[in-house]
Design a protein around this ligand. Structure first.
Ligand SMILES: *Cc1c(COP(=O)(O)O)cnc(C)c1O
Length: 467
């Protein structure tokens, strides 16, 4: 197994190369050279195993020779052993054919933990073997940062710098990041949006000298290893509910198009997936793209589901690459045009290819709050606003005839991460789990910075630079 850049101008790398680099040097995203295959019987067998074992089985298809099987199993056992639910990713039935996949039982209460906990262990092992250090930089719309910090705070060979948009993450999200005070952790609050944070990270990676000076590495959802780890729960969820080879739908609250692309990857690997529903909030670029080919960023609108307040969805490039039948030159041209024109019209053939697998739905703020309230009335349970975007989309897509049969909506965050929205919708205050009961008493540490590449570079050089 090796990994190629979508843009076709970087050398192929092995799993470890893709893990440590994040973005390819030509600005493209790494993809497996071919999709590993699993039969429905293989997928069913995964469902019989404890989650950590299923994860090791699926990940081994991607890691190839880079990590031996027993080491990988030790890593997944360690990573998922820290989750606060026995079955790691519990599936809850909420209607005749409707299920919620709870992905928020990890140490920072959002699905990002699934990938980040395993990534931290992979980084440590790879860097120890190479006797190297790395400065990981991540832009976060709220959850990636906390998940990265928790996963990397104890890694002796990794520094971690997290950029979050000041005032645009929830207090709980911010405190989960800024209350981790460690010599290898820096939180930077950027005066700007998540897209500004993401743009700064991209520009830092484009500066080769800076990358070498501070040994820069990335864990944003462009990192293939994250998507590989996220394919696992599609397999286990399918195995839990499918009869025979029955195809199942998945609806995914989407921001950077990473999680739903992992579902697409599972489908390409042979999992019987019928349709993938892309649920967007008021930042509806992906809905406009999938419904009528208009992939043009508008201004970012802050919503109750801030982890999805994204316009330019980095991983969408991976889908365009597939929809273009892996034609590197065609892909490079459309991405270059996109950068120049600040938008694109997806051609009909490409759009038709995308629509074979995907449908989309945009959910307004009012609909999000209404769904939190409706869900609480119907089931007695509280859901977070991201999950509510997913469920609202799932209900509407079913009503409109786009989804038939069993449908799993991914529940991406714990309601207590977004208490304001939950309280506004239901009048109820979701409790943080016991292990976070003192979160609001913990001291915080962060620096503030303008949305400028130079400001961030100097902060990082001061903290972790060699020269
Ligand atoms: C990151 C995140 C999303 C969006 O996931 P993508 O992979 O960026 O599409 C949705 N919900 C929550 C709670 C998140 O943290």
């Amino acid at each position: 197994m090796h990994y190629i850049s979508t843009r076709g101008r970087s050398a192929a790398v092995d799993f470890e190369g893709a893990l440590l680099a994040g973005l390819a040097p030509d600005g493209g995203l790494y993809m497996p050279n071919a999709w590993p295959q699993l039969s429905p019987a293989d997928a069913r067998a995964l469902g019989e195993k404890p989650y950590a074992e299923a994860a090791a089985s699926v990940l081994s298809l991607f890691t190839g020779d880079a990590i031996d099987q027993s080491t990988l199993l030790a890593m997944t056992k360690d990573a998922y052993g820290g989750f606060h639910a026995d079955d790691v990713a519990p599936l809850v039935q909420v209607g005749d054919d409707d299920y919620i996949l709870e992905l928020f039982h990890g140490p920072t209460l959002a699905f990002k933990d699934f990938a980040m906990q395993i990534l931290g262990r992979m980084f440590d092992a790879a860097l120890a073997r190479r006797d190297e250090h790395l400065t990981i930089i991540a832009a976060t719309s709220g959850d990636t940062g906390a998940a990265a910090i928790d996963a990397l705070k104890a890694c002796s060979r990794v520094n971690v710098v997290v950029l979050h948009p000041e005032g645009r993450v929830s207090d709980v999200q911010r405190r989960m990041m800024t209350s981790v005070i460690a010599p290898n952790v820096r939180n930077i609050a950027i005066d700007g949006s998540f897209d500004d944070c993401q743009a700064i990270v991209k520009s830092l990676f484009a500066d080769e000298k800076f990358v070498n000076d501070v040994k820069l590495g990335g864990v944003n959802s462009i990192n293939w290893a994250r998507l590989a780890a996220q394919t696992v729960y599609y397999f286990t969820a399918w195995a839990a509910i499918a009869d025979g080879d029955e195809a199942v739908n998945f609806v995914v609250p989407t921001g950077n198009f990473g999680d739903v692309f992992a579902g697409y990857a599972a489908k390409r690997m042979g999992l019987p997936v019928a349709t993938l529903g892309v649920a967007a909030n008021a930042n509806d670029i992906l809905h406009r793209a999938i419904s009528n080919g208009d992939y043009t960023p508008a201004g970012v609108r802050p919503t109750a589901s801030p982890s999805m307040d994204i316009q330019v969805a980095s991983n969408f490039e991976r889908l365009l690459f597939e929809a273009k039948n892996r034609d590197h030159d065609a892909l490079r041209e459309i991405m270059e045009n996109f950068a120049r024109d600040k938008g694109m019209k997806i051609d009909d053939q490409t759009l038709a290819a995308i629509r074979k697998d995907f449908v989309s739905c945009a959910v307004s703020e009012a609909q999000t709050l209404a769904e939190i309230a409706r869900h609480e009335k119907a089931t007695g349970a509280l859901i977070d606003p991201h999950t509510a975007v997913g469920r609202s989309a799932a209900i509407r897509l079913r009503e409109d005839g786009h989804l038939k049969g069993k449908t799993v909506t991914l529940s991406t965050a714990h309601p207590a991460k977004f208490p304001d929205a939950v309280k506004e919708a239901t009048g109820k205050n979701p409790d943080l789990p016991d292990f976070f009961s003192d979160l609001f008493d913990r001291p915080e540490e962060m620096v503030k910075a303008t949305a400028s590449e130079d400001a961030i570079k100097s902060i990082i050089r001061d903290a972790f630079g060699t020269a």
